[in-house]
Design a protein around this ligand. Structure first.
Ligand code: SAM
Ligand code: DTB
Ligand code: SF4
Length: 351
């Protein structure tokens, strides 16, 4: 492997700042180079999200429609039944998603709820889908149980720089988040960790977040870059828009710093036009949330995303073939299933 291909964990803040400030064309060119060393540039991974427990969260994250501290008009819902989750997972699979991400508005999972969540992991996994959960903070024991049940990814975002963090959340610390990430790693799961742009932060906060992610002992396998979805009733409902090019720059720098990770163009696509999304793919984004809802807010219609892929010649990334003996049968079944659903994209891509 050439020196340029080496994955680095020793990036410095001045390097990250320099990258963020490159002339736009130079930055995107470098991001494309990095992208092509590790990925097919015309493939994008597709995940579908489901809120398994909505609203009345005790945390005070200023961006979040689900925080019980703000009145956003969201009702409080109980943890969904396992059967309902499975129904949604089957529907996502039949539309061509390969990963199913389940999110709960919790500070951390309770002793009472965890067994149900473990069942969800086992059952969704038996459909051959990759599984991801985001349930708040985890102890080493909880992370161990989720890993044991077969959970592939755990999403836990740092959200912003350490410096800006206390302007956004006061009910848990940056260090709490780093501790959960370490517990997830220690338990052998893949890490999904990123942040939100457009929360009134400065460029240096975006640099600080990217640096933190890129200097973790192992890069997160998945790096969601969210554009703030401004929800009425949250303290961020009327924060000033971020310059869209700054968002694209953030994606490009994430791609350069963590070249082997999937960078997800995450929340906020509903408010982006197709040209903006294409720029994000050009800058190295290679994963999206697919399906009409994120957790509680709208995402583009699945048909519209397939049409966008067609126009850009993008294909959905196939399920990974490396798997353990334990889930071999399920993965093979899912790959067959995926062959059936790929026509949804391919027919469009070839027409
Ligand atoms: N409660 C768990 C937690 O916070 O760890 C899991 C669910 S939480 C909704 C998952 C992530 O969604 C947050 O960390 C945040 O990055 C993202 N998110 C929440 N509200 C958002 C918004 N309005 N715009 C963009 N991203 C948002
Ligand atoms: C992530 O980084 N973004 C997703 C997922 N991980 C869990 C969540 C976005 C939520 C947007 C607001 C909502 O729909 O409630
Ligand atoms: Fe709760 Fe997660 Fe929303 Fe924060 S981001 S308020 S922890 S659901």
């Amino acid at each position: 492997m050439s020196a340029a291909s080496t994955i680095r964990h020793d990036w410095t803040l001045s390097e990250v700042r320099e990258l963020l400030n490159l002339p736009f064309n130079d930055l995107v060119f470098r991001a494309q180079q990095a992208h092509r060393e590790y990925f097919d540039p015309n493939e994008v991974q597709v995940s579908t999200l489901l809120s398994i427990k909505t609203g009345a969260c005790p945390e005070d994250c200023k961006y979040c429609p689900q925080s019980g501290h703000y009145n956003t008009g969201l009702g409080k819902e109980k943890l969904l039944e396992v059967e309902k989750v499975l129904e949604e997972a089957r529907a996502a699979r039949s539309k061509g998603a390969t990963r199913f991400c389940m999110g709960a508005a919790w500070r951390s999972p309770s002793k009472k709820d965890l067994p149900y969540v473990l069942d969800m992991v086992r059952e969704v996994k038996s459909l051959g889908l990759e599984t991801c959960m985001t349930l708040g903070m985890l102890t080493p024991e909880q992370a161990g149980e989720l890993s044991e049940a077969g959970l592939d990814y755990y999403n836990h975002n740092l959200d912003t720089s350490e410096k800006y963090y206390s302007h956004i959340i006061t009910t848990r610390t940056y260090q709490d988040r780093l501790d959960t990430l370490a517990n997830v790693r220690q338990a052998g799961m893949k890490v999904c960790c990123g942040g939100i742009m457009g929360m009134g932060e400065e460029e240096d906060d975006r640099a600080g977040l990217l640096l933190q992610l890129a200097t973790l002992p192992d890069h997160p396998e998945s790096v969601p870059i969210n554009m703030l979805v401004k929800v009425k009733g949250t303290p961020m409902e009327s924060v000033e828009d971020l310059d869209p090019f700054e968002f694209v720059r953030t994606i490009a720098v994430a791609r350069i710093l963590m070249p082997a990770s999937h960078v997800r163009l995450s929340a906020g696509r509903e408010a982006m036009n197709e040209q903006m999304q294409a720029l994000c793919f050009l800058a190295g984004a290679n994963s999206i949330f697919y399906g009409e809802k994120l957790l509680t807010t709208d995402n583009p219609e699945a048909d519209a995303d397939r049409e966008l892929f067609r126009r850009l010649g993008i294909k959905p990334e196939a399920l990974a073939t490396n798997h353990t003996d334990d889930d071999e049968a399920a993965v093979l079944a899912a790959q067959l299933e995926q062959e059936k659903t790929r026509h949804l994209f391919y027919d469009a891509a070839n027409s």
